[in-house]
Design a binder for this molecule. Structure first.
Ligand code: PEP
Ligand code: MN
Length: 678
């Protein structure tokens, strides 16, 4: 420190400044104490946490005061906006994270990269402390969360310059994880080097490609410079520091630059004034949020194969007064030129209007998955409807509540409503590959009971396709009555079935027997079958309800139509609307046939549900000779298709040989079907 006497007054002044700064911090702490008292009062009165009217008043007041004291009004407004945001997040935290104080958070990258800094900001804004685990890949982050090693995964999902982070959307689609929070983080891009060199002296600039893209305009202004991509901005900073080469520079956070002892040559070099990254916090379980906290809800939906399907889904949100904050489309996996939509809207799932809107959406969409409901951060604050009412002193305007579609109110059964014809007058059409089931068409599924070898399934696929079958069937996980009977070829058989379907150019359907198999089989099969013995396996129904794959739900052998529809409802209620029912015969006292094929169920179902209905005369009769006439009868009584077992040599079949047709028998069945008039 200097001993120059002239410097002394400055030391004094600096001490005074320090005191003032300390006082400002103490005042902020005091302000927070008052905020906590207000939060308590709000809890008693059950008002919304965020009060935009009150916030506007505070900002206007401090701005006016600042102006009268000769300080910048806009600057004061900016400072107080931050202070208010912080106060609000503390109040929200007191309602959301009341039971936790310390959490472990996984992110992709290293300390002092944007991902880690953003995770820290998020945790601090919730009034929590965190342990942060930086991992090399997104897959590792997700695995650590799924296996319970960390409490949260904190992931970048959208950038105001570079757009959406598709990988994260894919994780949300595929995994059973829940969005429990979001945050918006300001990306401060700075250029740093080992010494304070003039910009024209630089030769190379290192960083993560995304960071380089976000400051491309600045870099274009340095024509002598070449860029080099690095795995992350922190590595780039380290490489520059270690090189000690003054002609190298790196783009990254000021924090990382400081940590490596680099000199910041330029700050804020981004293409836009403000580059923001939106992050989501994922957890294994949803975190309910108090109704007084402004929330967003995120979901994925696939639309029906009908004109105006997306529009009608969005209209549902509009009807219930829910405002959309984001709509993003992503290709459906293995479905060229089909899309799923990621939708964010303002609303809390505990609000009745949100619950009603989701219920209505379930009848409108083919597949719907609620990804989570969480306190809104990355949205311009808008007044909630209830607040407008309180703050608005203008003459009252008559408004009617959002119309609840009358169709929802009409319920024939307390066990099913989404499956109910009363909910949806129009027939549901389910798409399996390029085949549509439901409506006016008639679909034939055919193939062996079990896949027995690559050769037999290849041959059968080509044959049934040539004769006009639309979908190839084949069991690989077989629900056999006895444990010593052939149990199916398992995953190996699934690969054979998939290859055969592909070679013949038709989609495939195969049975799943346990919830653990569902995701794996759904990846390879176009449709999932739930067998008769599993019709009331509720864990399995819930599991197929969570994936975006059509389901063929066979009727339980002793189940009533009511129970069958209730089973379908399990799948629909989980968000998967792509259910096709399959009548396959029921147990009666009659022993001349294996089961009694209940064709009257078809006409009952056509009346009671909008879901498509397929008939399986193979299991329904158990005898080869009876299969074709019952298939024709199925068409005549209004089924949307049939499912037929066909085998190259039925007498040698490893399962259900008695009811399997030979190739020529199948050809004659198809010929007869073409002659049935409906
Ligand atoms: C099958 O389709 O091969 C089968 C086992 O059917 P179900 O579940 O109807 O007996
Ligand atoms: Mn069978």
């Amino acid at each position: 420190m200097s001993t120059d006497p002239k410097a002394l007054p400055i030391t004094d002044l600096r001490q005074q400044l320090d005191k003032t700064d300390d006082e400002i911090v103490r005042l902020l702490a005091r302000r927070l104490e008052t905020v906590a008292l207000i939060a308590k009062a709000k809890a008693e009165h059950s008002t919304m946490i965020r009060d935009p009217g009150r916030e506007r008043e505070v900002l206007a007041r401090v701005e006016a005061l600042a102006n009268s004291l000769g300080i910048s009004g806009p600057l004061t407004r900016k400072i107080f906006s931050e202070v208010i945001d912080y106060s609000v997040s503390r109040q929200v935290a007191s309602l959301v994270d009341a039971e936790r104080s310390h959490i472990t958070v996984a992110y992709q990258g290293q300390p002092l990269t944007y991902n880690q800094l953003a995770a820290e900001q998020y945790v601090a804004s919730r009034g929590l402390t965190g342990h942060f685990v930086g991992l090399a890949s997104l897959t590792q982050v997700i695995e650590q969360l799924a296996s319970g090693q960390v409490d949260l995964a904190f992931l970048p999902i959208e950038n105001t310059v570079a757009g959406s982070v598709n990988q994260v959307y894919d994780v949300l689609r595929e995994r059973e994880l829940h969005v429990v929070g979001e945050d918006s983080f300001r990306i401060e891009l700075c250029l740093a080097a080992v010494a304070d060199v003039p910009l024209p002296a630089l030769r190379r600039i290192y960083s993560h490609p995304l960071a380089l893209e976000q400051c491309s305009a600045f870099i274009d202004g340095l024509p002598q410079v070449q860029t080099a991509p690095y795995a992350d901005s922190r590595d780039a900073m380290r490489a520059v520091a270690e090189s000690k080469d003054p002609t190298l520079a790196a783009v990254g956070s000021p924090e990382a630059a400081r940590a490596h002892g680099l000199v910041i040559l330029r700050s804020e070099i981004g293409n836009q004034d403000e580059i923001l990254m939106r992050y989501v916090a994922l957890a294994r379980a949803p975190l309910p949020v108090d109704e007084r906290v402004s929330c967003k809800t995120s979901l994925i939906l696939s639309t029906r194969h009908e004109k105006g399907a997306l529009l009608r889904c969005l209209q549902v949100l509009g009807e219930y007064g829910l405002s959309l904050t984001k709509l993003e489309s992503r290709p459906r996996p293995n479905r060229p030129w089909e899309y799923m939509f990621f939708v964010d809207f303002e609303g809390n799932v505990v609000e009745p209007r949100v619950a009603a809107a989701l219920e209505a959406l379930r009848t409108e969409a083919l597949y719907l998955k609620v990804l989570g409901c969480y306190p809104a951060k990355a949205t311009p604050q808008v007044a909630m409807a209830s607040e407008i009412k309180q703050n608005n002193e203008a003459a009252p305007v008559e408004v009617s509540p959002p119309a609840t579609p009358a169709k929802i109110a009409v319920r024939a059964s307390k066990h099913y409503k989404l499956a109910d014809r009363a909910t949806r007058a129009q027939d549901t059409v389910v798409r399996v590959g390029d085949v549509l089931i439901g409506g006016d068409g008639f679909v034939v599924m055919a193939g062996p009971c079990s896949v027995e070898s690559a050769e037999m399934i290849d041959k059968t696929a080509l044959y049934v396709h040539e004769k006009g079958a639309h979908i190839l069937r084949g069991g690989v996980f077989k629900p056999r009555t006895g444990p010593y009977a052939f149990q199916g070829l398992g995953l190996e058989g699934l690969d054979m079935l998939a290859a055969a379907g592909k070679a013949a150019g038709i989609p495939i359907v195969t049975e799943v027997m346990s919830p653990e198999q569902v995701r794996l089989v759904a990846e390879k099969s176009d449709m999932l079958q739930i067998g008769a013995r599993n019709m009331q396996n509720f864990a399995l129904l819930n599991a197929v309800g969570k994936v975006d794959r059509p389901v063929l739900l066979k009727r339980g052998m002793s189940s009533t139509i009511e129970e069958w529809l209730a089973a379908a409802e399990y799948i629909l209620a989980q968000g998967n609307g792509q259910v096709v029912l399959c009548e396959r015969g029921i147990r009666t006292f009659e022993s001349a046939t294996r089961n009694t094929l209940d064709l009257s169920a078809v006409v009952v179902l056509r009346e009671r549900t909008h879901l498509p209905i397929i008939v399986d005369p193979s299991h329904g009769t158990g005898r080869r000779a009876y299969v074709a006439p019952m298939a024709w009868a199925a068409r005549a009584c209004g089924a949307h298709g049939v499912c037929i077992e066909v085998h190259p040599d039925p007498d040698k079949a490893l399962s259900d040989g008695d009811q399997s047709l030979t190739y020529p028998e199948f050809a004659s069945l198809m010929d007869g079907l073409g002659r049935v008039r409906v």
